[in-house]
Write a protein that binds this ligand. Structure first.
Ligand SMILES: C[S@@+](CC[C@H](N)C(=O)[O-])C[C@H]1O[C@@H](n2cnc3c(N)ncnc32)[C@H](O)[C@@H]1O
Length: 195
């Protein structure tokens, strides 16, 4: 598959997932996954069901450390916003969380979830990991969950993370990591490239 085919496959998959992720992923998603990944139950309980049910992360970026009150956080590939909202509770009213995603459908669902929770310290923006719509040196913390594996230009995505972080800022990412070459019969499999 070429880059534009992969980009289209990713858009199609998350357009569907924004409606319902049931049966679309090879790993656990939604509420059961949130419970098993060690997210703080007190914060998860404050996040609307529509958001929890569409959680598509592969790990828990907060297991590496919790954002502090007042921090600026960027959530790359925020999806429906479970990690975005979790970060927003951590940073509190003096902090800000920017959720970025390429999928308009995911962002629309995230906006509904945000209205439900009433959080006022979150800004959702359309854009790719490879060209983040965030000012240079703005973020104390960048989080990302199940997204960088989907970025078609990983060097650009990591350069963008470095650009938006303050000096000494942190990246806390959970992701799928390839530990060997993909078998040849999977190289043209749209499911593999967009999962
Ligand atoms: C596996 S989901 C994870 C969503 C969210 N992080 C979560 O934990 O529920 C991947 C998300 O990344 C988005 N995405 C895919 N490629 C992207 C890219 N190049 N830049 C930004 N977002 C991207 C998808 O639209 C989707 O919302």
């Amino acid at each position: 598959m070429n880059v534009s085919e992969i980009t289209e496959a990713v858009r199609r998959r998350y357009q569907q997932a924004a409606v319902s992720p049931a049966g679309l992923f090879a790993y656990p998603v939604g509420r059961a996954s949130v419970a098993s990944l060690g997210y703080r139950p007190d914060l998860a309980a404050r996040i609307p069901a529509s958001v929890v049910d569409r959680f598509l992360g592969v790990g828990n970026p907060f297991s590496m450390g919790e954002p502090l009150p007042g921090w600026n956080v960027v959530d790359i590939g925020c999806g429906c916003g479970f990690d975005t909202q979790t970060a927003a509770y951590h940073v509190g009213p003096t902090g800000t969380v920017v959720g970025v995603d390429v999928s308009l459908e995911m962002l629309a669902a995230a906006r509904v979830g945000l209205l439900e929770s009433g959080l006022g310290n979150v800004d959702l923006r359309e854009g790719p990991a490879e060209k983040l719509p965030v000012d240079s040196g703005w973020a104390d913390l960048v989080i990302s969950n199940g997204v960088l594996n989907l970025a078609t230009c990983k060097p650009s995505a990591f350069a963008e993370i470095a650009r938006v972080l303050k000096p000494g800022g942190r990246l806390q990412a959970a992701d799928l990591i390839l530990v060997g070459e993909l078998p040849a019969d999977l190289l043209d499999d749209e499911f593999v490239w967009s999962n």
